[in-house]
Design a protein around this ligand. Structure first.
Ligand code: ATP
Ligand code: MG
Length: 555
């Protein structure tokens, strides 16, 4: 058998690249991932990262990481650092140094002067309100600003004075001179520079004018020799502007922009602005709250980079609008964890069991994973008192019940067959303890003369390690929380998205490092919290359940 990984699934972008390489248009490809450092990255960005870095890997090209840092008020070093951490954690490395659009501020200024000299840009001091009126609407063409015909000399002078800080914030802008009657509003003399006295994370107070995104992005791509500039569909209408700028300045490279559809996920949101609102309003415990669809949140929850990359592969790349079901993400993560996570037992809702004939009971070694002997073994300890999961006992079982009932037998995982002889209740009639006996002749073998179908997990009380276990449900209780603009999406937050329980786990996990992942048999995949875990006081996050509990609920 060949050990080569399967060939990547093709998509329209790969077809374009294949054609460009075949025709000799490009000898190799160069992509980039261009986040704005104004928040933490989310699952949508993960898709874009996997696409851009993945293409570079598959075609032996390069992918740059470039911060689009043109909005100083909203950007921070913390965000920039978290983005680099996230890209690396996902398993990618960028080409050379991290790039910043601000590295190009001087060059961008020079190109703006070139546009002015060519009569293709002008300084406008209309008020924002007037600017709106002149712009027209989707059905009405715009009108030329009275400032559109300023002379080149006048524009050069005003633009230099904008840069020199002679004018107040917002007093004037530099606009590209394109076409106020264009059916595409992006071409109606878009603003390319504005005055903003804000401290910038890289350039400090050096600049008081900042280039706009559309103007900056295409030039940054060209300066870096990007071949395929891949972005999401909302930029499709901006492409003519991307091309106009590059066609009208002296620059030897003209990257091509291609758009694909954004990833959206049911029961969550993929907008940095809204995620920031959740953080600021303390609806969640920070950007890396395990309920957040941020990369750092998913990491903390226990998702693996491999699982996220597999998810990106499964959803593919296209131009059609699509909202992906959370189940697709969860099953990609689950499939990855299946083979990766050692298996141990834990109890999240304990019911005490007293074994009346425990004398002489033995422990047994068990593999950490049925298919991976290399994960090793541990002793599954037994004792006079056990914890079982309260749900695994029923006094009046429903039809088909295979777990414990009064007088019934079950197999304790990796241990004996146990019979429930007596049910102990409190004054209110609630079950508080079971008295059970084991068949000493069933350790590692079937009982004689009868079949025992059910298998339940358990822990020896004496040996179990107490643990805080955090169980997560979807963050919102409707599939599209931000669909209705009239309603604040926060009203759809699921109040039961986090449940914290004090449970128990096998003592063998005691010294595991933060971020170690386990399958707790029958309960799901769990990960040691990287933030709150302390030695001897484990904190586990449930990453995902073993089966698709959502699909089960629906049908
Ligand atoms: P948001 O709307 O969440 O603020 P953004 O597009 O403004 O996202 P950027 O930092 O500009 O955030 O995004 C960096 C890159 O990630 C861009 O190329 C963008 O197209 C891509 N991207 C952002 N959101 C998604 C998404 N939901 N699906 C796929 N790609 C995305
Ligand atoms: Mg953006």
């Amino acid at each position: 058998m060949s050990s080569n990984p399967p060939a990547p699934v093709s998509n329209f972008i790969r077809s374009i690249i294949d054609a460009d390489l075949a025709s000799g248009k490009h000898a190799s490809i160069a992509t980039r991932f261009p986040p704005e450092p104004n928040g933490y990255l989310h699952i949508g960005h993960a898709k874009s990262i996997c696409l851009n870095f993945g293409l570079a890997q598959d075609y032996q090209g390069t992918c740059n990481l470039r911060f689009d840092d043109t909005n100083p008020e909203k950007e921070s070093e913390e965000y920039a650092q978290s983005i680099q951490d996230d890209v690396r954690w996902l398993g990618f490395e960028w080409n050379g140094q991290v790039r910043w659009a601000s590295d190009y501020f001087e060059a961008l200024y020079g190109f703006a002067v070139e546009l002015i000299n060519k009569g293709l840009a002008y300084v406008d001091d209309l008020t924002p309100e007037q600017m709106r009126q002149y712009r027209g609407t989707l059905t009405q063409p715009g009108q030329n600003s009275p400032n559109r015909d300023r002379t080149v000399a006048e524009n050069l002078d005003l633009f230099a004075r904008m840069k020199a800080g002679e004018f107040a914030d917002g007093a004037m802008v530099l606009r590209a001179k394109i076409d106020m009657a264009s059916p595409n509003i992006n071409l109606r003399d878009p603003v390319i520079y504005r005055i903003r006295r804000a401290h910038h994370i890289r350039t400090g107070d050096q600049w008081c004018i900042y280039p706009m995104y559309d103007y900056t992005h295409c030039i940054s791509d060209a300066l870096e020799g990007i071949t395929h500039s891949i972005c999401t569909l909302e930029f499709e209408d901006h492409r003519p502007l991307y091309d106009w700028v590059l066609d009208n300045i002296t620059i030897p490279c003209h990257p091509r922009q291609y758009e694909f559809s954004r990833l959206e996920l049911h029961y969550t949101i993929t907008s940095k602005r809204k995620l920031l609102q959740l953080v600021n309003e303390k609806k969640v415990n920070g950007w890396d709250d395990p309920r957040m669809p941020t990369i750092s949140g998913m990491r903390r929850r226990g998702y693996t980079p491999e699982g996220l990359r597999e998810f990106a592969k499964r959803i593919g790349v296209s131009k059609s609008e699509n909202i992906v079901d959370m189940a697709v993400l969860e099953s990609a993560v689950r499939d990855d964890l299946e083979a990766r996570a050692p298996r141990v037992m834990a109890i999240i809702n304990p019911l005490k069991v007293t074994i009346t004939n425990a004398d002489g009971a033995l422990t047994r070694e068990a593999d950490f994973h049925p298919n991976h002997p290399e994960f090793g073994k541990r002793e599954v300890l037994f004792g006079e008192t056990l914890f079982i999961e309260a749900d695994d006992f029923s006094e009046v079982p429903p039809p088909g019940w295979k777990r414990l009932t009064p007088g019934g037998e079950v197999r304790l995982r990796h241990s004996y067959v146990m019979r429930c002889d007596e049910v102990v209740k409190d004054a209110a009639g609630a079950v508080i303890e079971l008295k059970c006996s084991i068949d000493h002749n069933t350790l590692g073998k079937n009982p004689e003369g009868r079949k025992v179908k059910g298998v339940i997990h358990f822990l020896s009380c004496k040996h179990a390690l107490p643990a805080e276990i955090r169980l997560y449900d979807r963050l919102f209780n409707v599939p599209e929380p931000d669909a209705d603009r009239e309603v604040d999406f926060c009203t759809h937050l699921n109040p039961a998205s986090l449940t914290v329980v004090q449970g128990w786990v096998e003592a063998c996990v005691q010294d595991a490092a933060p971020e170690t992942r386990y399958q707790f048999e029958r309960l799901g995949y769990f990960c040691i919290d990287r933030r709150d875990h302390q030695p001897g006081k484990p904190v586990f996050n449930r990453t995902v359940t073993l089966k698709d509990s959502w699909a089960r609920e629906q049908g």
